[in-house]
Ligand binder design. Structure first.
Ligand code: FES
Length: 113
């Protein structure tokens, strides 16, 4: 089954099938600099915040996702699989790539690390 994922920060949408991680869908946006590392929940570069929707979260490193993060929906996109339409917000390195790289937002996200 295919679900629509909306990036709250830019209003962009993409489709993601249930067998595919949210990171794989994000990568299809073709935005330069989208952080893709291990794709296995271990390196922590692909963090997003899921705002709404149902999903299955597979195992991911506690070094990068604390119980508080998990409770707040701050998860690693490579280990999140949609089960309904999702709305997410990009954070950390993902924010820099997705928001700063968006044509209408260029310059707004700053260069904060
Ligand atoms: S790509 Fe390494 S944790 Fe997602």
């Amino acid at each position: 089954m295919r679900h629509e994922v909306t990036i709250d920060d830019t209003g962009e949408r993409f489709e993601c099938i249930e067998q595919e991680s949210v990171l794989a869908g994000l990568a299809r946006l073709g935005r330069r600099g989208i952080p893709i590392g291990c794709r296995g929940g271990g390196c922590g570069v692909c963090k997003v915040e899921i705002r709404s929707g149902d999903f299955e979260a597979k195992r991911m490193s506690r070094d990068h996702v604390s119980p508080e993060d998990e409770a707040a929906g701050r998860l690693l996109a490579c280990r999140v699989f949609p089960r309904s339409p999702l709305v997410l917000s990009v954070i950390g390195r993902m924010q820099k790539a997705v928001v700063a790289g968006h044509p209408s937002k260029r310059g707004e996200a700053g260069d904060g690390r």
